[in-house]
Design a binder for this molecule. Structure first.
Ligand SMILES: [Fe+2]
Length: 309
């Protein structure tokens, strides 16, 4: 797979925990890979035998180019998509990182087309690439849930769902309190979307809680016991919301040389198990500036998947 379209400046800027829009090309430069139709249903796909991170970036761009042929609610935005971030993760050691991640959208999805949102990136796709020569193999599990399979058995009108999401994001969107309170108008942890839609008010205050200790923040020690406890609590929360994660969660153990391409608007993901520090590449692809139209379309997709009978 040719990677000659990846500029030298971009290669030299990877793994610096910074945005890459100034260095990365758009999808129209790349040949298209035929995207299998299963991606349309599942929201993720796997590619094998990728020899390094530059080839992984090329392959992801070719998938994006191939996606332009498909009918998806975000199709018209694909020509503007760029690599926006590329880092080896986790950045901290496993003891700090923990062995669990709650189901989430990477970097949070903007759900209100506010003025500020238009100056912030929209991370549409998340790509994990497991390098070939990694040793020892951690065997951490990536958990994936396709939103199309995640609907709630409650009779709520779509306009009610939308106003509940809007209200929640407006007052309790992801953000921080110090030094000044700031609301990004995004939601990352999907349990907060359910909290909004079902009007549970359970997680309104968790605006800056990380995915690794979202359900059980009291405990700080990273351990397998805590990992199991968090998973159990997440499953219980979803069950109380009418969703049986056992039925719909897919688990993948990425092997060396494999790439997992995740649609960050139609799929939520999490993790089970400890990764070694900087074990895997995470690439994000998206728009440098969020489009209010894309924000609205993404929110409508989420609402439709929730209310689907
Ligand atoms: Fe993630």
């Amino acid at each position: 797979m040719p990677d000659y379209l990846i500029p030298g400046t971009l290669r030299n800027t990877l793994d610096q925990q910074r945005r890459l829009f100034d260095f990365s090309p758009t999808t129209d430069l790349f040949l298209k890979t035929e995207v299998e139709n299963t991606f349309l249903d599942k929201g993720y796909l796997i590619k094998n035998n990728i020899s390094n991170e530059f080839e992984a970036i090329s392959v992801a761009y070719e998938i994006l180019s191939g996606l332009r042929e498909k009918q998806l609610f975000y199709s018209k935005f694909l020509s503007q998509v760029q690599l926006s971030k590329g880092d080896l993760i986790p950045v901290c050691d496993p003891f700090i990182e923990g062995g669990f991640q709650a189901l989430h959208f990477d970097y949070g999805l903007p759900l209100i087309g506010s003025n500020e949102a238009q100056y912030e990136p929209f991370d549409m796709f998340s790509v994990l690439y497991y390098p070939c020569n990694i040793k020892p193999f951690s065997g951490a599990v990536t958990r994936l849930v396709t939103l199309q399979n995640l609907h709630i058995k409650v009779d709520l009108d779509e306009t009610v769902i939308e106003s509940r999401i809007d209200n929640y994001v407006k007052h309790h969107g992801d953000g921080w309190l110090h030094p000044e309170p700031y609301n990004t108008k995004r939601i990352s942890i999907y349990a907060r979307v359910l909290d909004a839609v079902l009007d549970l008010k359970q997680f309104e205050a968790k605006i800056d809680c990380h995915s690794q200790n979202f359900f059980f923040p009291e405990e700080t020690m990273a351990s397998w016991e805590l990992t199991d406890k968090q998973l159990e609590m997440e499953y219980e929360f979803y069950k109380d919301s009418g969703i049986d994660l056992h039925q719909i969660e897919k688990r993948i153990i990425l092997q060396p040389g494999q790439l997992l391409f995740i649609d960050n608007m139609r799929t939520i993901h999490g993790r089970l198990g400890f990764r070694r520090k900087k074990e895997i590449w995470q690439f994000l692809f998206g728009l440098e500036r969020s489009s209010p139209e894309l924000i609205q379309k993404t929110k409508e997709f989420i609402i439709k998947s929730i209310s689907r009978k």
